[in-house]
Design a protein around this ligand. Sequence first.
Ligand code: NAI
Ligand code: MG
Length: 362
Amino acid sequence: MKTFKIAVIPGDGIGPEVIAEGIKVMEKAAELDGRMQFEFTHFPWGCEHYLKYGKMMADDGIEQLKTFDAIYLGAVGYPGVPDHISLWDLLLRIRKEFDQYVNIRPIKLLNGAPCPIEGGNKETIDMMFIRENSEGEYAGAGDWLFKGKPEEVVLQTGVFSRKGTERIIRYAFEEAAKTGRTLTSISKANALNYSMVFWDEVFEEVSNEYPDVKTASYLVDAAAMLMVKDPARFEVVVTSNLFGDILTDLGAALAGGMGLAAGANINPKREWPSMFEPIHGSAPDIAGRKMANPLAAVWSASQMFDFFGYKNIGSLLLGAIERLMEERTVITPDLGGTASTSEVGDRIVEIISQEKKVSSFR
Ligand code: NAI
Ligand code: MG
C-alpha cells in the first residue's frame, strides 16, 4: 500500500475548522479505495505562533516541510498581526521556496451551487485559471524611501522574467492542448508598457508551438466584465500573479462563493512538495462558530488526489460536493442552510461511502 506523507498547516481562524473536515474525508476516501493511506503531521504555524514566538513558522520550517509529499493548508491571517507579515512569512515563503510556480484554481459552477448571474450553469461557468505564482507583482521587489518624510516614495516593482513568464504560459498551453480547450491570456499591455507588453509577446511566441490550441487575449478590465457577461468564453485561462488573485475571487463569487473555492500551488517538476488550500482567508467574523463551509477544503483535497494520480477519488469527492448541494439538507449558512462545519464533513463521508457501495469506483 502506498503511503503519502502530508504536512498539515491548519493556520488561523476557520483554517483548523475546515481542514479537520478535509482530513476526515481524505482518510475515508483512502480507506474506501484501499490502495493508499495518509500519514498526517500537524504544524502549529500561523498568527498564534507569531504572537508567541515572533515568527510565523519555525526557523527551519522549510527544511522540515521538504520531505513531505504535499502540504495541506487552511488559512493564515488574523487581526493583531499585519496581513503582509502573515502572508509573506508563511504562505508566500512556501510558494517561493518550493517553486510552486503554478496556481491552479478551478472555477466551476456545480449543480446546486448558488450563482449571482442569470443563465449561470455548469456548462457556462467552467474555467480553469492558471495563475503565475512565483513572481510578477508579488515578487516583493521595491523600496520605501524617506519613510515618514514629506518626500516619501514607495516603489513596488513587478518582476517578469523570461523563464518565469514562459514556463507558466507553456504550462497553460499544455493543459489546453491536453484537454482540447481554448486558452485565454489576460494582461494589460496598454497601461503596463513593459511587463504586459512582454507578457503578450511571450504568449504570442509560445502559441506558435501549439497551432491546434485556439487562443484569445484580453485586457484585465475587459476580462472582469466578460467573466460576468459571458463566462462561457473562458476555458483555460493564464494570467499574472496579481490579476489571477483578483479574478479568481470574482470567479469564486460566480461559482458558489468563497466557501467553495479551492486552489493548488503546484511544483510541476515535483522536486518539492506542492500545496493545496481553500482560497478563502481565516474569516475572523465567523471563526469559532462552527459555521465555516468546509467544501473548499474538501475540493482542495480532491485536487490533491488528482495530483497524486487518483483521479477516480478526486472526482468521487467532487461528485459528493455536488450531491450535497443538490440535496440542500446539510449545508452551511453561507449556502443558505443551518448545518455546522462538521455535519457537512460527516455528510460528505456518508455520501462517498454510499457511492462506493453502489459502484466499485476503481
Ligand atoms: P476571508 O476569505 O477570510 O473572508 C471573506 C468573507 O467570506 C467573510 O465574510 C467570511 O466570513 C466569508 N468566508 C470565507 N471563507 C468562508 C467559508 N469557508 N465559509 C463561509 N464563509 C466564508 O477574507 P478576509 O476577511 O479578507 O481576510 C481575513 C484574513 O484572512 C486576513 O487576515 C487575510 O489576510 C487572510 N487571508 C488569508 C488567505 C490565505 O491564507 N490563503 C487568503 C485570503 C485572506
Ligand atoms: Mg486571494
